[in-house]
Design a protein around this ligand. Sequence first.
Ligand code: CA
Length: 335
Amino acid sequence: MKKTIGYTDIDFDKPGKQTGFLDLPYSPHGDAWGTIRIPLAVIANGKGPTVIFEGGNHGDEYEGPITLGEVIRDLDPATINGRLIIIPAINLPAVAAGTRTSPIDQLNFNRTFPGDSLGTPTQQISAWVNDNLFPLADAFIDLHSGGLSLQIIPSAIIEPAEDPAHLQRNIDCAVAFGAPMSVVIGNRGDPRTATASAVRAGLTSVGTEMAGAGTVTIEALALCRRGVRNVLAHLGVLPQAAKATSNAAPPVFEIPDRGGHTLATVDGVFEPFHELGTKVSAGQPAGRIHCLINPAQPPTELRYGVSGVLYGRRHPGRVTPGNCCAVVVVPFVAP
Ligand code: CA
């Protein structure tokens, strides 16, 4: 293992089921020689591929961590061919607080890759994942939901890759998840996400968006549970029979870098005009922002930037300029 800060008693080469922790030394005012204890499990049997499952990248997204806890408790190693490395609450301080960002250093874990082993705790965690886990694995599955600020259509997320064959691996794996739709999300080329870093390391990399709004959605949790098994069957870790039947070839969309996000332009309360899944067109009003402290002021209209399907919407009513109010996806066309 690379010399990064953090240690674990788990032996990644040992067959069977091991549960334990990554202990990240953390020495705040009240705990001189303490650690941040990040749950870690390895379930291994046979010579099949190694798959990393991550939950708790953001601490206010719950379907993934719930599902991965169940996998850790319930999956019998004898039933698999391969190795699962499961980190269900990777940014532990954020998960414990139920917040998107870490309460320790205020960082968004998913904007810290490839990490910094000499940096803040969140940067140290991403360095540990990047430097120690990615080299062990063939595939990386990052289970997100919309989080407190977004409502989103439950979907599998495709990380872009420059190599067409690698992109196709990501697409095939995301589609195998069995969500009603898959979406390519490139975050405008931002290289600091976990899945972007995993792609650079050569791994098949997919994610999810499971509803959101800081709650647990029954439908999204059922999809997440099914999807994890589907992906394991697709990758050959579980037998094909473990795959739940799903619609053949669900559509693949993408969030366009230009026009896909409708942002708030003024302070106030956003009134949306459409439910998720609605077909919308470029220039059509998406909603309006009301100034509740000045009834004399008419509301400010926001418009969609592209024609497509309304995929995500801001959850809290209050907005300030730059807040993402609506997300529209368009059919994906491979470059
Ligand atoms: Ca997220």
